[in-house]
Design a protein around this ligand. Structure first.
Ligand SMILES: [Zn+2]
Ligand SMILES: [Zn+2]
Length: 227
């Protein structure tokens, strides 16, 4: 737990209104604004459909078996993500994991995936931030869903932030950025690969390819949010 989480009296993470004891980290109003991904998504990659057509799958051949997201990337998730990634707050990760655990129940396709892993951060960026936000989410989700957390993937190359890159730049930026640690046996395993946000799916795609090369039986993406 971050020092900041202890010192400040319980207040809503987003609007700072005071919280009653045991209310968690969001006030009821902010909580009610969370928008879950429920329908009209592509069965393969989980992107929103446009007249029944998936533009993401039209542009990219995805390696993963399937991908799903829990919530739409809009308020209050945009604010929570900012706190988590740039302000040193860990608690949004745990909140996101709780929501993902609820979503998981609506996605029977994940039932026979016993393992959860996270998109790794390069150690330099991890040191800057103090933690890997996707790993915080994934570990908590594993505990809540009774699955086993493993960390077979390494980020071997420092990459530019994907945020301001186009789709093709994102793919070349990530080429060769990940590898599977040879001491981790992923052979024959079915894994859920967790990340904070699904934008173009290029990160999940690149890691999935490495996991398949290392012998994984199946890789499915699951992100807290979808841009
Ligand atoms: Zn609030
Ligand atoms: Zn799709």
């Amino acid at each position: 737990m971050a020092v900041i989480d202890i010192l400040i009296p319980p207040a809503c993470l987003v609007c700072r209104s005071r919280l009653a004891d045991g209310q968690g980290s969001l006030c009821p109003e902010c909580e009610s604004q969370i928008s879950f991904v429920k329908d009209n998504f592509c069965y393969k990659c989980g992107s929103g459909l446009n007249d029944g057509y998936c533009e993401s799958c039209g542009e990219t051949v995805f390696n993963f078996e399937l991908s799903r997201s829990s919530m739409h990337y809009k308020a209050p998730l945009t604010e929570l993500m900012h706190l988590l990634k740039y302000r040193g707050y860990r608690s949004p990760a745990f909140l996101m994991a709780e929501k993902m655990a609820e979503s998981l129940k609506q996605y029977p396709e994940f039932e026979d995936y016993p393992y959860i892993t996270a998109v790794p951060l390069h150690r330099v960026r991890r040191r800057e931030r103090g933690y890997n936000q996707s790993e915080l989410i994934a570990k908590k989700l594993a505990r809540l869903s009774g699955k086993t957390y493993i960390s077979p993937v390494l980020r071997s190359r420092y990459t530019l932030s994907q945020t301001h890159l186009h789709r093709t730049q994102r793919l070349s930026n990530l080429a060769g950025a990940f590898r599977v640690h040879k001491n981790w046996q992923v052979q024959g395993k079915k894994l859920i690969l967790v990340d904070d946000v699904f934008t173009t799916g290029s990160t999940l795609n690149e890691i999935s390819r490495e996991l398949y090369k290392a012998g994984a039986q199946s890789v499915a993406g699951f992100t807290a949010t979808r841009a």
